[in-house]
Design a protein. Structure first.
Length: 231
């Protein structure tokens, strides 16, 4: 276990920093994904077939392509696009995009595609009687949105959002290909340096299990709190 100690002789501090990096990327990606999902939910619920088609195209493409391929496309594609624009202005050097931003953006795109379907289903699951009752009491517009629609949507969508968070946490392992030092990348580096891959892969698995277990507890408590009076 000396290899997992903290300090100059061990990799414990590096693995811990990588764990915090994984958590940071996951939080940024989840926040970005949920925000991005909102306009796509509105598009899918709209009466415009153009907006519906565009939203369906987005969710179908993102959910139908392997997550790793999406990361490769954005990581190398964005660099190529920026270098092309820079070449127009006379700069021919190599431009590398920040790995954290690319990783959070790519995982956020994946999160948005799945969150769109979860939130759309939650909105559709709100009993119509609640909307009619709100109208009967004169509750309309933003009051109905923030007082009825959003709380009910969050309550129904919480289990699905919890599953997506777990997906986001595990998808961060894929962004190790960008060079970002998260759990899997650090485990790979430590394995190559010490020639002891099993130890660090097991350590990575334990760190992921700790994160997912804590997340499960959090979402279970949230579901219990927001389901009072309904179960």
């Amino acid at each position: 276990m000396e290899l997992l100690s903290f300090g100059d002789t061990g990799w414990g501090d590096e693995m811990l920093r990588a764990c915090f990096m994984t958590l940071a990327v996951s939080l940024c990606a989840m926040a970005f994904g949920l925000v991005l999902a909102i306009p796509f939910v509105l598009m899918k619920l709209s009466q415009s077939w153009i907006l519906k088609t565009f939203a369906n195209f987005f969710t179908t493409i993102v959910r139908g392509i392997p997550e790793l391929l999406i990361i490769y496309l954005f990581f190398f594609g964005s660099s190529a696009a920026i270098m092309y624009v820079a070449s127009i202005f006379g700069y021919d050097g190599y431009i590398e995009i920040n790995a954290f931003l690319v990783g959070a953006f790519c995982v956020g795109i994946i999160c948005a595609a799945y969150s769109t379907e979860v939130l759309r289903g939650a909105v559709k699951a709100i009993p119509k009687g609640q909307i009619e009752a709100s109208h009967a009491f004169g509750i309309r517009g933003t009051r109905m949105l923030f007082g009825v629609m959003i709380p009910q949507t969050l309550r129904i969508a919480l289990p699905g959002i919890g599953n997506i968070w777990q997906l986001v946490l595990k998808d961060t392992a894929l962004i190790s290909v960008t060079g970002l030092v998260e759990i899997m990348r650090q485990a790979h580096v430590a394995s190559g340096s010490t020639r002891n891959p099993f130890l660090f892969l097991v350590t990575a698995a334990i760190l992921y299990l700790i994160l997912t277990t804590i997340s499960n507890k959090f979402f279970q408590k949230a579901e219990t709190k927001y389901s009072k009076g309904f179960v």
